[in-house]
Design a protein around this ligand. Structure first.
Ligand code: GLP
Length: 261
């Protein structure tokens, strides 16, 4: 696990955008794993700027969204499908139908989950997965107690996650769905490179467990310690509880530019 601590979200966005641009240069038909939430906003903004400037293209790329609420109508602005379209997909040059997400409106939800796993596999798997982290250590919507071997499935959201996300629903906790579909932890581990982004003091405890804690279903993100290629991009506030923070900083300072992440 490579841990990179920089000063702010803009710098994090630049580093992640560099990795995505380099991947698309090497492999224009790469498959990207896309996260919603506020953490990746700076990355998507930077990629939209680069795409406008003709420096990167998503024309041949594919995308898979991590998770989706169950029970929101198709046109609801907080449906993750609509969120990711507005935040990223519609701002760059993806082809029609290139980005897929779990179908939270399906009549048969387990079948929709199985179909989603099949679709990711049929696309050749995810080359680069962008991830955020919840304050309770969830990734995608794999809440504490999630099976470390889980695949895409239905989950019940914790009160903490629903409270965290109420800001997107006019601060009305009752308006936040109680259920979701989410890629499982094993689904996420199949991605070849995982880039996790976290900013702010409120993420410091989850980041502490992710990077330096014991692997446990109680802090689901810790399963990433078993992945061979994870990059964790943090601002100073999110890194404040890391014991080895000086070592991570020194290591990154000494890293040759050509190496990438
Ligand atoms: C949400 C999403 C996650 C996201 C996380 C953190 O509930 N399901 O995919 O990474 O919580 O969100 P944010 O980046 O807004 O802090």
């Amino acid at each position: 696990m490579e841990v990179i601590v920089v000063s702010d979200a803009t710098e994090i966005g630049g580093i992640a955008a560099d990795a995505i641009s380099a991947l698309l240069e090497r492999k224009p038909d790469a498959v990207l794993g896309l996260a919603t939430g506020s953490s990746p906003v700076a990355v998507y903004d930077e990629l939209a700027r680069r795409c406008d400037a003709g420096r990167v293209s998503f024309r041949q790329a594919r995308g898979f969204i991590l998770d989706e609420y169950v029970g929101l109508p198709a046109e609801h602005p907080q449906r993750y499908r609509n969120v990711i379209d507005a935040a990223f997909v519609n701002r760059v040059d993806f082809g029609p139908g290139a980005v897929d997400g779990p179908d939270g409106t399906a009549a048969d939800l387990p079948a929709a989950c199985a179909a989603y796993e099949d679709a990711i596999r049929a696309a050749g798997g995810v080359n680069l997965q962008i991830l955020g982290i919840g304050t309770d250590g969830h990734i995608a919507f794999n809440e504490p107690g999630s099976s470390l071997a889980s695949r895409t499935r239905i989950k019940t959201l914790t009160r903490q996650t629903r409270t965290d996300n109420a800001r997107f629903f006019g601060d009305d906790l009752d308006a936040v769905p109680t259920h979701c579909l989410t890629q499982g932890l094993a689904t996420i581990l199949d991605a070849r490179h995982v880039i996790l982004l976290a900013t702010g003091r409120h993420k410091a405890e989850a980041v502490h467990h992710l990077v330096e804690g014991a692997v446990s279903a109680m802090w689901p993100a810790t399963i990433l310690q078993h992945h061979p290629h994870v990059t964790v991009l943090l601002d100073d506030a999110a890194a404040r509880r890391l014991q080895l923070v000086d070592y991570y900083r020194e290591t990154y300072r000494a890293k040759p530019d050509w190496q990438g992440i």
